[in-house]
Design a protein around this ligand. Structure first.
Ligand SMILES: [Zn+2]
Length: 246
């Protein structure tokens, strides 16, 4: 039944969307892709970047993994299979994207498992906890600072702090740091609240994720430009009610 749904969907796509965008598909096929934006999102079925941003084929280069995480650069590179890093490298060095958006989201199962640690139902999985341990230090910091707060509040803070941690990890790739310093690449930390249908962007001025209201790309770019030096502990301090220091 579920697969029939897919096949019916594709039949509809071929007759509808594909035909309506025939020129675009032809151009993409003959001239190749040249997206200006790399978006790193969660594999969660509820958070599809293309649908959330209403973009067309060719506009977004998308990486989706558990909890929208970016691992730190492996220096020097080794022979392991760094799928996320390889996709980021192609987007930055191969396609020359101008923006990288890390998009976390509310009710993230991967972050929930990280928050719950050994109590998690997924604790004995072969790969999951190793992957989400990318944000282990960040998680520990949040849990320590928000001790006694409800789990949902802690989980949300870890979801958001993990996005900041991933942005920090992006800066460990030299070909990203170089471009950010040259002003040709801007990094963004976003978080989607799927229960309210609201997008939030990290604002270095308040050290909080603030709702994105309307179209304010200039402000968003300004925030992103100031983001590169942000550390998760500043965000956590702001969430914990301590004055951020910038
Ligand atoms: Zn998720």
């Amino acid at each position: 039944m579920a697969l029939e749904r897919l096949l019916r969907g594709f039949a509809d796509f071929r007759l509808g969307y594909y035909r309506e965008h025939l020129d675009l598909f032809e151009k993409l096929a003959t001239k190749g892709q040249s997206p200006k934006i790399l978006i790193i999102a969660c594999a969660d079925a509820r958070v599809d970047p293309g649908i959330l941003t209403q973009t067309l084929p060719g506009e977004l280069f998308t990486v989706r993994n558990v909890a929208a995480m970016v691992p730190p650069a492996q220096i020097p590179p080794d022979a392991r299979h760094h799928g996320t890093s390889a996709a980021i490298e192609f987007a930055v060095r191969g396609l020359g994207v101008e923006h990288i958006v890390v998009l976390g989201h509310a009710l993230c199962g991967g972050i929930g498992a990280l928050v719950d640690g050994r109590e998690s139902a997924f604790a004995d999985y072969d790969y999951l906890s190793t992957w989400t341990s990318i944000a282990q230090d960040t998680r520990d910091l949040v849990v320590r600072e928000l001790e006694g707060r409800p789990r949902e509040e802690v989980a949300r803070a870890v979801e958001q702090a993990s996005v900041i941690n991933s942005v920090r990890n992006l800066m460990t790739f030299r070909w990203i740091a170089d471009r950010v310093e040259a002003g040709t690449l801007v990094l963004h930390a976003w978080w989607f609240n799927l229960t309210e249908g609201q997008l939030h962007a990290f604002d270095p001025a308040s050290a909080r994720f603030e709702p994105v209201l309307g179209v304010e790309s200039e402000a968003t770019v300004r925030r992103g430009t100031a983001l590169s030096s942000i550390m998760p502990d500043r965000f956590v301090a702001a969430v914990a009610g301590k004055a951020p220091e910038f």
